[in-house]
Design a protein around this ligand. Structure first.
Ligand SMILES: NC(=O)c1ccc[n+]([C@@H]2O[C@H](COP(=O)([O-])OP(=O)(O)OC[C@H]3O[C@@H](n4cnc5c(N)ncnc54)[C@H](OP(=O)(O)O)[C@@H]3O)[C@@H](O)[C@H]2O)c1
Length: 618
């Protein structure tokens, strides 16, 4: 047993580690993941922690708590149900965009239930997925970042918290590794345990700069059994408490011991084992082999005959091949076909990986974006672009029913983009209900990442004839409506603490007086939007909310076509007023929407993106 004082001394020495250590806690919203994250934050200088889980409310509380423990720490929450490998890829994508390296991947996702096989939409048992496939997929996706940490001579470690012991004592069924045929709670435990042991052995010999630790926590009071007993919980809990009391490890000690497992030089990667005198005995009985199986007290578990036989017979290669085959089927070939509990195979890769694989910063996978004025026209075109980049989009507009095009795009989002476009009717002047709808969306999704405020009106009247009523209506929709939409969304973004991006559609008419177009109030309103963008950016930058405007030039929409019927000379005249000699199409603003909402524009705020073919530069 490693004495707790030695554990504490080792943890305290982490203060001398390089600052900005990056640690990913898959299952950091509760239990051992949380206890360990607390100790990491306490013992390091300015770590960046990623918590991955489903529970936004807990995550928000934990973020505040960790910041109180160490104000120099940065804590981000990625809300995902990682029992789906597709969601694992999305979470990793978010991390890959932001980080150059990952020092620690700490995985505790899982749960304890007494029920039988429960298949996810990807065809894997949920428990086996969370205890094995999900964790291996995280390693598969983040290994390049762990490699970068290894080459810069800092910590590069993976920890899986489960139990290596069942896998030491018995072998998995190689003919049914995913337990499609022979599922039982016991076989699920044995398979998750032995497959982790074997894969860690395999990975440690392949990625020699990273070490892999499979740790048993013993009995720790956590949320792990919250779904296990249903209505029998009041009876079962005291009974369990009596029989497990002797094995109990207190939460703080559990956190300290797991931090030791996650950082102690004893559990060295294979590549540096020669220089680490105190290197522990690895899972194959060789000192410093890079893969380690630990008991609750940080002692290394001794190898057993069944485990050795498995390795001698090439078990790790078989498990590795099987795991890769599952990844290939689920992550590269499978497109989820809806909510009927079944999945279908097509040759398409998942939305996120196919659309922005080469330029990850443009990916909107996993993001939720609201587009106002999206029942038709520019708003709808931009909404479609966001969907293609992976976002889930909510369209707000005042029409009782969106245009027929809307339904076509919504269908495409569902059937081939693996996301959704949802319509909510609201007039942006109805501020109370606007806030209600935005909050409902944020509550349902547990996040809100972006807004494109495209709702606006136009009215051509000479300045001498403009009535106060008409001018007020123009300003109410175009300025106050945009302002209130941005405010409603920003409130939710601040609530979640993840920042976000707000884009407001202005116009080149906000910076010029258009020749031959009589619309003083419209131009004034768009000038107001551009200025509003600068002010909101200055107030909300502290919350990591970016605010920018787009100023389009003339766009040929149905409305403009009607105008050309009335004033045919404009069709010929307008194109002569810009440097490209033509008018634009709504689709020419698709890229701008994705650019501004995504991390591709992460250093841009308070700016106006003028896209007018040089009209206002002439
Ligand atoms: N506690 C013990 O005594 C004990 C003993 C032996 C082994 N273990 C093992 O140790 C590991 C850690 O358990 P724990 O005791 O710390 O449990 P816990 O308190 O229940 O924590 C589990 C974590 O996993 C996350 N999680 C569960 N399902 C998820 C999903 N579908 N998607 C995303 N995240 C998910 C939960 O987050 P959200 O709720 O936010 O999704 C939570 O943060 C588990 O594998 C458990 O089986 C525990």
């Amino acid at each position: 047993m490693v004495a707790i004082n030695n554990v504490r001394t080792s943890n305290a020495a982490l203060k001398s580690f390089p600052a900005n250590l990056v640690a990913v806690f898959v299952g950091g919203t509760s239990g051992i993941g949380l206890y360990t994250a607390r100790e990491l934050v306490r013992n390091t200088t300015s770590p960046h922690i990623y918590l991955i889980g489903r529970n936004q409310t807990e995550a928000s509380k934990i973020i505040q708590e960790l910041k109180t423990i160490n104000s120099a720490s940065e804590v981000s929450f990625i809300q995902k149900d990682v029992s789906l490998l597709k969601n694992v890829d999305e979470a990793c994508q978010e991390i890959k965009i932001k980080e150059k390296q990952v020092n620690l991947l700490f995985m505790t996702c899982g749960y304890f239930v007494l029920t039988g096989r429960d298949e996810t939409l990807e065809g894997l048992d949920k428990k086996l997925a969370l205890h094995y496939y999900t964790r291996m997929r995280f390693i598969n996706q983040l290994q390049p970042l762990l490699d970068k940490a290894a080459t810069s001579n800092t910590l590069s470690r993976v920890v899986a918290v489960l139990d290596p012991q069942p896998g030491l004592g018995s072998a998995p069924n190689l003919a049914d590794l995913d337990l499609k045929k022979g599922f039982s709670l016991k076989s699920c435990m044995t398979h998750a345990s032995s497959m982790t042991n074997l894969m860690f052995y395999h990975l440690a010999s392949k990625n020699t700069g990273t070490s892999y630790v499979h740790a048993f926590p013993s009995v720790v009071e956590t949320g792990v059994g919250r779904d296990a007993f249903g209505k029998w919980e009041p009876l079962a809990k005291p009974f369990l408490w009596i029989i497990t009391k002797a094995m109990e490890v207190k939460p703080v000690e559990s956190g300290e011991r797991h931090l030791f497992a996650a950082t102690s030089p004893t559990f060295t990667p294979k590549a540096s084992s020669a220089s680490v005198e105190e290197a522990a005995i690895g899972s194959n009985g060789v000192k410093g082999s890079g893969s380690y199986l630990l008991n609750w007290n940080n002692d290394v578990l001794a190898d057993k005959a069944a485990a050795k036989k498995m390795r001698d017979e090439g078990g790790e290669k078989k498990v590795s091949d099987h795991t890769e085959e599952v990844f290939r089927k689920v992550c590269e070939e499978t497109t989820l076909c809806g909510h009927d509990g079944k999945h279908c195979i097509s040759t398409a890769k998942t939305n996120m990986s196919s659309s922005t694989q080469g330029l990850p910063e443009f990916s909107l996978a996993g993001k939720v974006v609201i587009v106002s004025g999206a029942a038709r026209g520019l708003g709808l075109t931009q909404a479609e672009a966001l969907l293609e980049a992976g976002a889930k989009v909510y369209a707000l507009d005042r029409l009782p029913e969106p245009s027929p095009d809307f339904h076509t795009i919504a269908e495409r989002a569902k059937s081939s983009l693996n996301t959704s476009l949802t319509y909510r009717q609201i007039d942006v002047r109805d501020v109370e209900n606007l806030n209600k709808i935005v909050q409902e969306i944020a509550d349902a999704e547990g996040r809100l990442d972006g807004l494109i405020a495209a709702a606006g009106i136009q009215q051509e009247t000479t300045a001498l004839d403009y009535t106060a009523e008409d001018a007020n209506r123009m300003f109410e929709v175009n300025i106050t409506g945009v302002f209130m939409s941005a405010q409603a969304v920003a409130k939710q973004m601040i609530r979640f603490g993840n920042g976000g991006s707000i884009v407001m559609i202005a116009s080149m008419s906000g910076s010029i007086a258009n020749r031959g177009l009589i619309c003083s109030a419209y131009n004034a309103s768009k000038a107001g939007v551009i200025q509003l963008g600068r002010n909101l950016a200055s107030e909300w930058g502290q919350h990591n909310i970016r605010v920018n405007t787009i100023s389009p030039g003339y766009i040929v929409t149905a409305m403009v076509e009607e105008l050309f019927q009335k004033f045919p000379e404009r069709r010929a005249d307008w194109p002569t007023q810009n440097m490209l000699g033509r008018l634009s199409k709504p689709t020419e603003y698709r890229g701008a929407a994705v650019f501004l909402i995504s991390d591709a524009s992460s250093f841009m705020t308070g700016a106006d993106l003028k896209m007018d073919a040089g009209h206002s530069a002439w």
